[in-house]
Design a protein around this ligand. Structure first.
Ligand SMILES: Cc1cc2nc3c(=O)[nH]c(=O)nc-3n(C[C@H](O)[C@H](O)[C@H](O)COP(=O)(O)O)c2cc1C
Length: 353
């Protein structure tokens, strides 16, 4: 965490907490004092002083105050609001949401990899009704631009969630057809352009909200499902979700993760995300693309913008540094000062290439 403008009310919490799974602890008196001193919003503690954003972007016609969002599954409002004001982000992509509560996969669900981590959470979430009653209103009240991430085990699941989100306060929908950790739906749709086209034909008529389709890198050529999504109504694409992987416990000879396989994310996947964006931009010059994978600094976000992305999402970096998405946004804002041509293109909803 580099900047001179940091106001850190509770450094020990920043060092020990994990962003996504942590339940908030009761605020201490020091927290309350820090909130009064450092926050622009009641209930938020800001590690950073308020920032005047210099370089915005626009994704499928929706203006973002900066090009950086959280990546789905690595952000939990109840936890991160103790670290920063979430309205400072370009957008917040929330955890995959299913028609009914899902318990996810058995433990262990995570393992470390070289410069990476594996997870097989299995889209655990409390369901769309809970999302509409709690997470979404809380985030909107906090001033966040919300990308609601939609999960399903079959087409009907995706339809039910999209129908319920159609009239909600969500700003954009992100259809997750790329999760490698569920046996039905998820990646099985995103690797089959015919199935993806058929799903999009069902979802597109349900809502006027911008639909982002989130793609998997677990294919030979990501431009094939990308084209199918766009030809069947996607307003934007996001890529990449995690790569299929595993680790073995050499004491037992068995997989570490109970689900056997998991999804690889973190710094190691940066080059894979970049080539996915680069190749997709080459064949689809006009579709908005959100680049994801391995971003933990403004410089890495900038690589995605030069590859042809309109915006980025920060995922695994937030698991060990809860403030990472906001830090990346601030670093990028400064890096764009010296790149006025790129900044002007982004502000106009265009891309570098
Ligand atoms: C613990 C965990 C949970 C995730 N859950 C979701 C999810 O619910 N929906 C989704 O579309 N992607 C999910 N993802 C994928 C991330 O949003 C992101 O696409 C991926 O991790 C690559 O980005 P990164 O290298 O910055 O983490 C999850 C990733 C992690 C690490």
């Amino acid at each position: 965490m580099a900047e001179g403008t940091i106001v850190n009310p509770n450094p020990s919490a920043a060092a020990t907490d994990q962003a996504a799974p942590v339940a908030p602890t009761a605020p201490t008196a020091a927290d309350a004092a820090a909130t009064a001193n450092a926050s622009s919003k009641p209930g938020h503690i800001n590690l950073y002083e308020p920032h005047e954003w210099k370089h915005g972007t626009s994704v499928a016609g929706v203006p973002w105050k900066n090009p950086v969002a959280t990546a789905s599954g690595t952000f939990q409002y109840a936890a991160v609001r103790w670290f920063y004001d979430v309205s400072q982000l370009g957008a917040v992509s929330t955890k995959g949401c299913s028609p009914v509560p899902w318990l996810g996969n058995p433990s262990p669900r995570t393992a470390e990899g070289p410069a990476s981590n594996l997870n097989a959470v299995g889209l655990q979430n409390p369901g769309v009704d809970h999302y509409l009653a709690h997470d979404l209103p809380d985030l909107k009240k906090a001033g966040a631009l919300v990308v609601a991430n939609v999960a399903g085990h079959c087409d009907d699941d995706y339809v039910q969630v999209t129908e319920k989100l159609a009239d909600s306060a969500a700003d954009m929908l992100e259809i997750n057809v790329s999760c490698p950790n569920v046996t039905h739906g998820g990646m099985s749709v995103g690797t089959d352009p015919v199935a993806l086209a058929s799903l999009m034909d069902k979802l597109r008529p349900l809502t006027d909200k911008p639909i982002i389709v989130k793609l998997t890198p677990n294919v030979t050529d990501i431009t094939v499902p990308a084209r199918a999504a766009v030809e069947h109504g996607a307003d934007a694409l996001s890529m990449i979700n995690t790569l299929l992987g595993m680790r073995i416990d050499i004491r037992t000879g068995r997989p570490i993760i109970a689900n056997t396989t998991g999804g690889v994310s973190g710094p190691a996947v940066l080059p894979i995300g970049l080539v996915a964006v680069y190749r997709t931009r080459t064949v689809l010059p006009d579709i908005p693309i959100i680049g994801i994978g391995g971003i933990d600094s403004g410089e890495k976000a900038l690589e995605y913008l030069y590859a042809g992305a309109n915006a980025v999402e920060v995922g695994a970096a937030a698991l060990f540094d809860p403030v990472a998405p906001l830090r990346v946004a601030r670093e990028l804002d400064d890096l764009l000062d010296a790149r006025p041509e790129l900044a002007a293109k982004l502000a106009a909803g265009k891309t570098w290439r």
